[in-house]
Design a binder for this molecule. Structure first.
Ligand code: FUC
Length: 777
């Protein structure tokens, strides 16, 4: 405790603060992906560059999506009618060992992609940027000094300060969820103020921007691919004299400050099958009314209160040197060269939580591959929902790091996938339930992708079901389980009962199956078997709360018993396929067959030590490299294997510059703005690392609350407060020289749990809301 007090004292004294949760740089950003800094309110994602003469805030809104029914009147979620007629034939060929013919025919089990719409993705479409806000200050002398650009993630506020031509400038940026606005404030200390121009541009062709009166810009547009309508409004408040210009800009003279409020909305609505109908005029008008009613400070306060109520639930500090007073990009470089900078690690952890709060709030769509940030009309993988690891990884830390509400958009989205997914289950598998595959867009594209080799992933819906189940486990919310989660899990259970088929050895297998983006078409690829096991196990556990569904539970239990089991191969590895064909020299980025180790819990060091050892061998063979998310997944795997130091090595690999000086040759790692580089930027790596860090400190997947199960040696002294354990518990811990000093566990509801630390176990009983302080000696 003393140490914690010391750290707080240090903050108050004004020394460089150990609590300084801030990314900062001493130059304006030039490159969107590498340098600009993200703010977001769940609906909109914006990147601010902090330019000195001209500042740019690039904006995306979640519902602006090319493709879908508007792009093609025959659009049908990618599905092909009666594709299931090929299923048994493919199965027969696989059973008969006719691999080449099976490969050929499997192309009949892929989705349609109709050319047209945006390039590359046809009517699958792609997430689209909205455009950019430009704020120009008229200044002859454009040389600047004392420049600082920062993002305070403790308050979710960006700031830029500099001096230019004798004037000190200060800009502020935040994205408010309650106000549904992006807000910027440009201030200066020039005696007579400064002159500014405000403009709004969009990369889309069918757009028109006009000034409305002296304080508003309106940009109305349509996407050329599907005619989806969208609109952005900018309103300003200033002490200067403003006027609207013919060319659709606002001119402001003699202003000491200009406040800029931005609202963007689109016609998109997550409503099958038309996916349109959102009254975006109303959304924008309401946001502008809110902006007019409240003053800047009031909006900022409401934003801070909203954000900090989530963010500050978790505090994490590690003892180390004082926070470096170097810019973040410099620290990243030094860190990658071996510097010990635990404050960069805790910053990175909290940054992930910041990114999730900024991109996923109740009522919004889930975060996509780049959260809600996108500047490209043709982004990598369409900025879609990738379901063979990526979307799930983005949400791994949601529950454990106490951001359960930020999980909600995904949970709601899963529910909305059922309707289109039933078509896919019927047409491809002649099965009950619903199905979705590797690539999913916001227009209910649930068919397998248009190439079998990456697109076919029948386990995706069941993998998503783990999220519903985990939400229940962490919150203990029975109503959620009974009314929301169970019916969805049950339906996917029905799908699997219909989909699984009998292999030659009599076991139940997924066929055809495919280990994500690796290997050949197969029978019973391990990941499918593990996910089926996971779904069935969770359904069986849920049955305790749903006593009326006994017959179904019995069917599920019998099916689980017959699943083709996990196998240990000739190298001692966990087999990726039913056949023992793994190559120990293969360092492929996907390690999908370790699903059972993380995020699943079929393999644990406590209950299945032999399989855990096989998983460890598999990881050793797979090596220490990988793309961003692959490295992040490995942190979690090693944490579950209780090898904190190996996990820590993966974290260090991830925190290596992906561009510029010191870059990894693969380009994976972290951009200078600490966004994870696959490359390109993918949010999954950031979030997977956050989950992994939590997993090093607290685990609760094996029926106990396990304190500091995999503490890396160099994190010898520190504390973390506010992590969540399954059962509805909140855990605070404080450790010194590698040993737990004290843990406080608070129960959200009455219950009993087991707490473990280094082989010592305690049984605890809690009343609702009770906290117990324990020392495990
Ligand atoms: C998965 C990965 C790729 C990429 C893509 C978005 O399919 O195999 O590496 O991350 O998702």
């Amino acid at each position: 405790m003393k140490r914690i007090l010391l750290i707080f004292c240090c903050c108050v004294s004004g020394v460089v603060c150990a609590n300084d949760l801030r990314l900062w740089y001493n130059t304006p950003a030039r490159v969107w992906m590498d340098e600009a800094l993200p703010i977001g309110n769940g609906y909109m994602g914006a990147m601010f560059f902090g330019g000195t003469s001209t500042d740019c805030i690039q904006i995306a809104e979640e519902g602006i999506w090319a493709g879908g029914p508007g792009a093609n009147k025959n659009y049908w979620g990618g599905n092909r009618k009666d594709a299931w007629k090929y299923l048994d034939r493919v199965r027969g060929l696989l059973a008969g060992g006719k691999m080449e013919e099976a490969r050929q025919l499997s192309s009949q089990l892929t989705g349609e992609i109709v050319p047209g719409g945006v390039p590359q993705y046809g009517d699958f479409g792609a997430q689209q940027p909205f455009g950019s806000l430009w704020v120009t200050v008229e200044k002859k002398d454009t040389l600047y000094t004392d420049y600082k650009r920062s993002l305070d993630i403790d308050n979710a506020i960006g700031e830029v300060t500099y001096k230019m031509g004798g004037t000190t400038f200060r800009n502020e940026y935040f994205a408010s969820y309650p106000a549904r606005l992006i807000v910027c404030r440009y201030a200066n200390d020039a005696a007579g103020g400064e002159n500014y121009t405000i403009a709004l541009t969009s990369p889309h062709q069918q757009t028109n921007c006009r000034a409305e009166g002296k304080d508003q810009l309106l940009l109305a547009g349509k996407l050329s691919s599907n005619q989806e309508a969208f609109e952005g409004i900018v309103r300003i408040k200033t002490d200067g004299k403003s006027r609207g210009e013919e060319n659709g800009t606002l001119k402001i003279c003699g202003a000491k400050y200009v406040e800029v409020y931005v609202s963007v909305a689109s016609a998109y609505r997550n409503h099958f099958p038309d996916y349109t109908g959102n009254d975006f005029h109303r959304v924008n008008r309401q946001a502008m009314e809110r902006a007019s009613r409240s003053g800047y400070e009031q909006l900022k306060e409401a934003h801070r209160a909203d954000y900090t109520a989530l963010f500050r639930r978790v505090a994490f500090e590690l003892e180390g040197d004082k926070a470096s007073d170097l810019p973040t990009d410099r620290r990243l470089l030094l860190y990658s060269r071996g510097a010990y900078d635990p404050l960069l690690e805790t910053l990175y952890f909290q940054y992930g939580r910041y990114l999730l709060i900024s991109s996923s709030r109740p009522g919004t769509l889930p975060a996509h591959l780049q959260g809600k940030w996108n500047e490209s009309m043709n982004p990598a993988w369409a900025c879609d929902y990738h379901l063979n690891i990526n979307l799930q990884m983005i949400y791994w830390p949601a529950e454990v790091t106490n951001l359960s509400e930020c999980h909600e958009p995904l949970l709601e989205y899963i529910d909305k996938l059922r309707e289109p997914g039933r078509i896919t289950a019927r047409e491809y598998f002649n099965a009950r339930g619903w199905s979705v595959h590797t690539m999913n867009n916001v227009y209910g594209y649930t068919a397998p992708g248009w190439d079998f080799n990456w697109g076919y992933a029948p386990n995706s819906a069941a993998w998503l079901c783990r999220h519903l189940w985990e939400h229940f486990c962490f919150t203990g919310d029975r109503q959620f389980l009974q009314e929301k989660a169970y019916p969805i899990l049950r339906e996917v259970g029905e799908f699997w009962l219909d989909y699984l088929c009998r292999d030659k050895d009599g076991t139940l297998v997924s066929s055809p199956s495919y280990s994500p983006e690796h290997g050949d078409i197969a029978v019973g690829a391990t990941i499918d078997q593990e996910i089926a096991w996971d779904l069935f196990s969770n359904l069986m556990a849920a049955a305790d709360y749903i006593p009326t569904d006994q017959a179904f539970t019995d069917t599920i239990r019998r099916a689980r018993e017959q699943l083709s089991p996990l196998k240990i191969g000739r190298y001692g590895q966990l087999q990726e396929w039913k056949e023992d064909v793994d190559d120990p020299a293969d360092e492929h980025r996907h390690v999908s067959h370790l699903y059972a180790l993380y995020p699943g819990n079929q393999i644990t060091v406590q209950t299945t030590p032999r399989l855990a050892e096989a998983a460890r061998r598999t990881l050793v063979y797979r090596g220490e490299g990988g793309t961003g998310w692959s490295l992040a997944w490995k942190i979690n795997f090693w944490a579950r294997l209780r090898d904190g130091n190996q996990a820590y090595k993966m974290l260090r690999n991830l925190l290596t510059p992906s561009v510029g000086e010191g870059r990894r040759s693969s380009g994976s790692g972290s951009y200078h703005n600490l966004l994870c580089a696959h490359p390109p930027f993918q949010l999954d790596g950031n979030m997977g690392a956050v989950a992994g860090i939590a997993e090093l400190l607290l685990q609760s997947h094996a029926a106990t609350i396990d304190l500091l199960p995999a503490l890396p040696v160099c994190w010898h002294t520190g504390y973390i407060k506010g992590l969540k354990a399954r059962g509805g518990y909140t855990v605070d811990m404080d450790w010194k020289d590698g040993f737990l000093q004290c843990a406080t566990i608070t129960a959200s509801q009455a219950g009993q749990c087991k707490v473990t630390y280094q082989g010592i176990t305690r049984d605890l009983t809690f009343r609702a809301g009770e906290s117990q302080k324990i020392e495990m000696k």
